[in-house]
Write a new protein. Structure first.
Length: 110
């Protein structure tokens, strides 16, 4: 089985994007990561991961219209691509395969 080029934090960010669907932009992605992991990623770390995910073709992004509540700034929304879904599936398969090789770990009781 081949490895994946998806880093651990990139994987978490990509899963958050998948969970959020059409509502995936910087703040909601950060909030979802906090909700799911009880960790608070820095904005810089998140934006670096999003940039890497986009450069790998795992997400696409687009800017929505500016709003007064954001001081005229636009939101950048992210959407998982088919390649991104395949990367998550591959990462999951690799982790599961390796976990199954560790004596004493029962994945059926989790």
């Amino acid at each position: 089985m081949k490895s994946t080029d998806l880093g651990a934090f990139e994987e978490i960010a990509l899963m958050a994007i998948g969970i959020l669907g059409k509502e995936a932009y910087g703040v909601t992605i950060k909030d979802e990561i906090e909700k799911q992991t009880n960790r608070r990623p820095s904005v810089g770390a998140l934006h670096s991961a999003l940039y890497r995910l986009e450069s790998k073709g795992y997400v696409t992004s687009f800017e929505a219209g500016a709003t007064a509540e954001r001081g005229g700034r636009r939101k950048r929304y992210y959407e998982m691509t088919t390649k991104g879904k395949e990367a998550l599936e591959k990462a999951h398969a690799l982790r599961s395969s390796m976990l199954n090789l560790i004596p004493g770990i029962d994945l059926n009781n989790s």
